[in-house]
Design a protein around this ligand. Structure first.
Ligand code: BES
Ligand code: MN
Ligand code: MN
Length: 464
């Protein structure tokens, strides 16, 4: 590993410059106008894998955006690590709120990142983190120290639900044969508090539409006489939580696996400051389900949130009108053993049942995904823990995350493989938001830590 680490130290500047070039391409998967940029990004990822020394580099076309596949098989008797990441990014809007343009990366110092952070859409989620794997591989290849086989599968549709990747995985069991999956698309607690993500939440996502009268009406002539879809939708949404912030959909909690007191006590050991949390968000109090701490509410408990709501007149001045329709987008984060299909069905049934007379309700489900957990006694977790200890000088804390990467549960179902979630981002890195950034410290630490995982995993698996 000595030569690998030397190569990394020597090439730090080059790595950042290359990442900056990658971040300049606006690979927004959700917007068809950027389809060509998405394709250019796939080409760029494929080239860097080839240059790093990968074999059989392929751009696999799908019904949507392409998947980049590559491999280096050095000995069929050695373990194989399958690296997963995504090169697509979220849309950059609202653009006005960025302090520098989202696709013109710049390095700026912040309080949390005194050595600098790269500001750009995708810097942390997930181009920056995915690219750490390409560079760690390049380093191991150049140092002649790759200890096992590696396969790469980098997709371009994670931010839109990974539908085509799921099909690709189903159709390519042999090609994707591996011993473990390695993913850097999550976060850690703080730069001096390394952690490994041991769980992800699932997701149900629905769009609702409430229709009242057949046309927009004068709010003086008709106000008070007919159901106002916006008033009704607001009421319906408000009724989805009770006074303890529990979700009121019948059956919603039925399948939730409660954590034992021991597990909750273990979780409570991870450092968390409510004051710092509130200060960072400029709020004077937190809010959530009664009986649970903020870290618990954000990781081991299911939630329901409105992500967008619209209808009626929102232009300048005052227009007196009762809209015919009102709309909202609602997400539910799920925990083991909730199923996204079951929860979506429960939502539809309940939401339709609470619509008052005089209104019609339509619910349209969007893509969902299942929750997943990684046990800390697995070989993969142990190898990752040693890797972090080597580079941070501290044992990492296992932490369940509130975010979702639906393909992780799919990997387990289809390939029978657990994923090790070695994420190096911070919650404050503003992923999906204006001014997304990724610390240089985090980028380098990731590149340094990944080769240790390869070495430790190979060692542990051999000695089994
Ligand atoms: N990388 C994130 C998920 C994430 C971030 C997990 C931080 C844990 C910590 C991923 O790209 C993402 O944004 N997922 C979406 C779901 C997807 C189906 C669009 C999410 O969690 O909202
Ligand atoms: Mn991501
Ligand atoms: Mn994302």
């Amino acid at each position: 590993m000595k030569n690998t680490q030397e190569y990394i130290t020597k090439n730090k500047e080059k790595f950042v410059q290359e990442l900056i070039e990658l971040l300049k391409i606006p690979s927004i998967s959700a917007d068809a106008n950027y389809a060509n940029d998405v394709k250019l990004t796939a080409d760029s990822v494929a080239s860097s894998l080839k240059e790093a020394g990968a074999d059989n580099v392929e751009i696999c076309e799908t019904a949507g955006h392409p998947i980049v596949y590559a491999e280096k098989i050095i000995d069929a008797n050695l373990p194989t690590v399958l690296v997963y990441g995504h090169y697509d990014v979220q849309p950059a809007d609202p653009i006005d709120l960025w302090t520098s343009p989202p696709f013109e990366p710049v390095i700026k110092k912040t309080e949390i990142h005194p050595e600098g952070a790269i500001f750009a859409r995708g810097a942390c989620d997930d181009k920056g983190q995915m690219f750490m794997h390409v560079k760690a591989f390049e380093a191991m290849m150049n140092a002649n120290e790759l200890p096992c086989n590696v396969k790469f599968m980098i997709e371009g549709e994670e931010e839109v639900g990974s539908t085509n990747l799921a099909i690709f995985v189903k159709n390519n069991h042999d090609k994707l044969k591996a011993d473990v999956i390695l993913v850097s698309d999550t976060g850690m607690l703080a730069n001096d508090t390394p952690s490994i993500t041991t769980g992800l939440r699932g997701l149900s996502y629905v769009e609702v539409e409430v229709t009242g009268p057949n046309r927009d009406l004068h709010s003086g002539l008709y106000g008070g006489c007919v159901a106002n879809p916006i008033n009704i939708l607001a009421n319906m949404i408000a009724s989805l939580h009770d006074e303890n912030n529990k979700i009121t959909i019948p059956g919603f909690y039925d399948k939730v696996i409660d954590l034992s007191d021991e597990e909750r006590a273990e979780m409570a050991k991870a450092p968390f400051s409510k004051e710092a949390y509130c200060k960072a968000l400029d709020i004077d109090e937190v809010m959530g389900e009664a009986g649970y701490s903020t870290p618990e509410r954000g990781a081991i408990r299911p939630t329901l949130d409105v992500n967008g709501i619209w209808g009626g007149y929102t232009g300048e001045g005052a227009k007196t009108v009762i809209a015919s329709q009102a709309f909202a987008k609602i997400s539910m984060r799920l925990v083991p053993d909730q199923s996204s299909e079951e929860i979506t069905n429960l939502f539809v049934k309940h939401f339709e049942s609470i619509a008052p007379k005089g209104t019609k309700v339509k619910v349209t489900p969007h893509h969902g995904g299942e929750p997943s957990v990684t046990p800390i006694d697995s070989v993969g977790y142990k190898a990752a823990a040693i890797a972090y200890e080597n580079t941070f000088g501290k044992k990492p804390i296992p932490v369940r995350s509130g975010g979702s990467i639906p393909i992780v549960a799919m990997f387990e179902k289809e390939l029978g493989l657990k994923s090790i979630l070695m994420g190096f981002g911070l919650d404050s890195d503003a992923i999906h938001s204006p001014d997304e950034h990724y610390g240089l410290f985090n980028f380098y630490k990731g590149i340094e830590t990944i080769p240790h995982f390869f070495v430790e995993y190979t060692k542990l698996l051999k000695s089994k």
